[in-house]
Design a protein around this ligand. Structure first.
Ligand SMILES: C[C@H](O)[C@@H](O)[C@@H](O)[C@H](O)C(=O)O
Ligand SMILES: [Mg+2]
Length: 434
């Protein structure tokens, strides 16, 4: 038996705002940050679980506090007791302390904190089984997987029986799709050339380099001055041509009518999707935008905080692309519920990965989705951003614009101890230098 003896949490921040990496119209100068959780165990062989949630700087200390408040719900528990009934454990973490739940529920800082802890448990579980997380999931039977999930508040859209049916239907092709992933990897797009704060010459250079590296799909930020958005789209089209898909991301800048009007102008550049055109909470607004825009896809999800929101986006036929976030939903358990709902509604899942550690997480999710849940790559493309991977012990591997299958045990989220020490906020060396 392995007991989680102690939970440690650190405030880790990277000064990305200095170069405007990650900048967009709403988030002009983000410092990519992580509320970084370590689960210590009594295993005696150094076995630890690691997990993080992503923030963009200030406010990370709030998530750290929230993790500290939740810690008592996992400390002293055995890994086996948790994993033998993971669905019940997830509900325990999200509902058993109703005073803490009041600060959400299942949204905001407390849910981000839940994600860091839940993902650390999955990392610990996968490491103890000597498997990467995607493989741990793929090797589970449909019954074992469904046992990890909590269908509360979504059973009107997806019952456990329907989830089982989806997983069983796909069971036969799992081995060949796993082979395919190992051989070819998962298709991806890059956001790294299109950050809003980058000067034109940098956008051109990065787009050209990305093309040469084998990238075929690109995303640009919009939502600033419309003429500027058009000008930058023109630059990108000049560099990538018209045969390569271009996505646009407004990061919630517009009202509904404004989104429609602006996208009618930007339609000239043939965008594949408009991402976060308006408030992430406005389900009917997204539905209206989708209906009135016609051929431009609508994508959202990086600020969609729980399965109930995704349920409604799907029920309202409000989205063409479902962009789950591995650390905004309450960890992998809730992500899997959304994957299954999206499969039922026939909407492709294209996870969000613009942050620190998010690429490392979502590769596991998309590979699992393809192999065991959706069984399809149609309309599916995984985000990639080219930042901060050097801080991870097992960073993502990209070849020809595709994520290669992660092979190290765990959820690929363990950071180097030196990186943690250097970026701990506010005392780390990185924050002492100007
Ligand atoms: C502040 C962040 O970099 C966002 O701009 C980023 O997550 C973005 O929305 C994305 O889709 O990757
Ligand atoms: Mg986005």
């Amino acid at each position: 038996m392995t007991v989680i003896t102690h939970l440690d949490v650190q405030d880790i921040r990277f000064p990305t705002s200095r170069s405007l990496d990650g900048s967009d119209a709403m988030n002009a100068a983000p410092d990519y940050s992580a509320t970084y959780v370590t689960l210590h165990t009594d295993a005696g062989d150094g076995l630890e679980g690691h997990g993080l949630t992503f923030t963009i700087g200030r406010g990370n200390e709030i998530c750290v506090k929230a993790v500290e408040s939740l810690a008592y719900l996992v400390e002293g528990r055995s890994l086996e007791a948790i994993t033998s009934d993971m669905g019940t454990f997830w509900r325990h973490l999200t509902t058993s302390d109703s005073q803490l739940r009041w600060t959400g529920p299942e949204k905001g800082a407390i849910h981000l904190a839940t994600a860091a802890i839940v993902n650390a448990i999955w990392d610990l579980w996968a490491k103890s089984e000597q498997k990467p997380v995607w493989k741990l999931l793929v090797d589970m039977s449909p019954e074992q997987l469904v046992n990890c999930l909590d269908f509360r508040f979504v059973s009107d859209a997806l019952t456990p029986q329907e989830a089982l049916a989806i997983l069983r239907r796909n069971a036969a092709g799992k081995a060949s799709r796993e082979q395919e992933m190992r051989a070819q990897g998962y298709p991806a797009y890059t956001t790294s050339a299109g950050w809003l704060g980058y000067p034109d010459d940098k956008v051109r250079r990065l787009a050209r380099e990305a093309l040469a590296e084998g990238w075929t799909h690109f995303k640009q930020k919009v939502g600033g001055d419309l003429a500027e958005d058009c000008r930058r789209a023109q630059i990108l089209r000049e560099e990538i041509g018209w045969e390569h898909p271009l996505m646009m991301d407004a990061n919630q800048m517009w009202d509904v009518d404004e989104a429609i009007a602006n996208m009618r102008q930007l339609a000239e550049f043939d965008p594949m999707w408009i991402e976060e055109p308006t408030s992430p909470d406005d389900i009917l607004g997204h539905a209206a935008i989708r209906q009135r825009l016609g051929s431009i896809g609508v994508a959202t999800g990086e600020h969609c905080h729980n399965r109930v929101m995704f349920k409604q986006l799907l029920q309202a036929e409000a989205i063409d692309y479902c962009q789950i976030d591995a650390a905004r939903l309450g960890g992998l358990n809730e992500v899997i519920v959304v994957l299954l709902m999206a499969a039922k509604f026939g909407v492709p899942v294209c996870p969000h990965a613009g942050g620190v550690g998010l690429c490392e997480y979502v590769q596991h999710i998309s590979m699992f989705d393809y192999i065991a849940v959706s069984g399809s790559l149609d309309g599916r493309i995984l985000e990639y951003v080219d930042h901060l991977h050097e801080h991870f012990e097992n960073p993502v591997v990209i070849r020809d614009g595709r994520y290669q299958v992660p092979t190290a045990p765990g959820y690929s989220i363990t950071m180097h101890p030196e990186s943690l020490a250097r970026h701990v906020y506010p005392d780390g060396q990185a924050w002492q230098e100007s």
